[in-house]
Design a protein around this ligand. Structure first.
Ligand SMILES: Nc1nc2c(ncn2[C@@H]2O[C@H](COP(=O)(O)OP(=O)(O)OP(=O)(O)O)[C@@H](O)[C@H]2O)c(=O)[nH]1
Length: 362
């Protein structure tokens, strides 16, 4: 056993707009506040456009970036505004991580509530940077929130699962399917479909719109039939829990799933992360060596063909070229003066004369 204090588990709450992410975050927040041995979580709100969140986040993107101001400044629509706000926030990620690290010993859970427009987080560079950064510091799990009552149609269910599948393979993180709103609709049908693809196919066959005018299965029907076989493999890699963020039903099972996912993170994600890092460093080193070898070859060839040039620029071919350590390369730093197209930090512009509220008081 290591002497290091146990790191908090980090939960990234992702889901389609209206699936109940914020209500879910508030539910787990209140659950942790009321449990005898639990400590309140550390919460980050990453949705710049949300008007109201039912909890008090410790770090709130809205304190750093005013997304309406960003829309005006860059002449963007709402989605562009949210994405740019997230990009700007990501430039401060080192500060965010530092704050989380500082609080790590005081909390057992860190929770990230993500923007309502799911693709802005899951398919943007910033979303990937944030997810990778937190996941390399804390045992992380993705909680994919599903609006259960709106997923009872086989086609909608399949679309939702395909989306979940794409996020899981993109992040490679432990994944929990959270079937929310079970007070309205039980998630039993979903579990059945996931455990036995034949029951899904049977539901598909009886669902309206599965046959065309001539009584033949529609193209969509055949496609989904085949997809259900593919997804069978995907279902084996994830956990599913049913909860009601409204009543609190199933929250304990959710935390059990988080605990199990922590083991998956340590056994599978961390070694994979270390392997990926080592591979990246190796390929960078190889690319560096390769480019150096080619440079030296071209350089020597050039000097052999044109020895006068060497004399003109004072280079003594007898001495050769100094090794890596001896190279005196001046990197030009353009950071001191503005240039066309320079990135402007609107977060600073917004704060001119304002009270800086970073981080939010806990
Ligand atoms: N019946 C029921 N309603 C719920 C539950 N969870 C959330 N809701 C309702 O679903 C609606 C959407 O919930 P939010 O928490 O705002 O959903 P969200 O995913 O954060 O939505 P965005 O802000 O668009 O991202 C609200 O009206 C909630 O009251 C639940 O477990 N049961």
């Amino acid at each position: 056993m290591s002497d290091q204090p146990r790191k908090p588990s980090l939960i990234v709450a992702i889901g389609m707009a209206g699936a109940g992410k914020s209500t879910f975050v508030q539910r787990i927040n209140s659950y942790l506040h009321t449990q005898n041995h639990a400590r309140p979580p550390y919460i980050l709100n990453l949705d710049p456009a949300v008007a109201h969140v039912p909890f008090e986040p410790n770090i709130d993107i809205r304190d750093t970036v005013d997304y309406k101001q960003v829309m005006k400044q860059y002449n963007l629509g709402p989605n562009g505004g949210i994405l740019t706000a997230l990009n700007l926030f990501t430039t401060k990620l080192d500060q965010v991580l530092e704050l989380m690290e500082k609080r790590a010993e005081e909390v057992d859970y860190i929770i990230l509530d993500t923007p309502g427009q799911i693709e802005i987080f899951t398919w943007s560079a910033s979303g990937a940077i944030i997810t990778d950064a937190v996941a390399s510091s804390f045992p992380t799990v993705v909680a994919y929130i599903i609006d259960t009552p709106r997923t009872t149609a086989p086609a909608t269910f399949m679309s939702n699962m395909l989306y979940a599948c794409s996020i899981m393979y993109k992040t490679k993180l432990p994944f929990i399917l959270v079937f929310n709103k079970t007070d309205v609709e039980s998630h039993d049908f979903a579990l059945e479909w996931m455990q036995d693809f034949e029951t899904f196919q049977a539901a598909l066959a009886t669902h309206s719109g599965s046959k065309d005018d001539e009584g033949e299965p529609t193209y969509m029907n055949s496609l989904m039939n085949s997809m259900s076989l593919v997804l069978d493999e995907f279902y084996k890699h994830l956990k599913a829990v049913g909860i009601s963020s409204l009543t609190g039903d199933g929250i304990k099972e959710f935390f059990d799933a988080v605990e199990e996912s922590r083991e998956t993170y340590e056994k599978e994600y961390l070694p994979e992360l270390a392997r990926a890092r080592a591979a990246r460093e190796k390929s960078l080193q190889e690319a560096k060596e390769d480019s150096m070898t080619r440079f030296m070859k071209d350089f020597t060839l050039d000097r052999a063909r044109n020895p006068r040039a060497a004399a003109d620029d004072g280079w003594d071919s007898e001495e050769g070229v100094e090794d890596d350590d001896g190279l005196d390369v001046n990197i030009i730093d353009r950071g001191m003066s503005p240039w066309p197209g320079q990135y402007i930090d609107v977060t600073r512009m917004r704060r001119d004369g304002d009270e800086v509220n970073w981080p939010r008081p806990s």
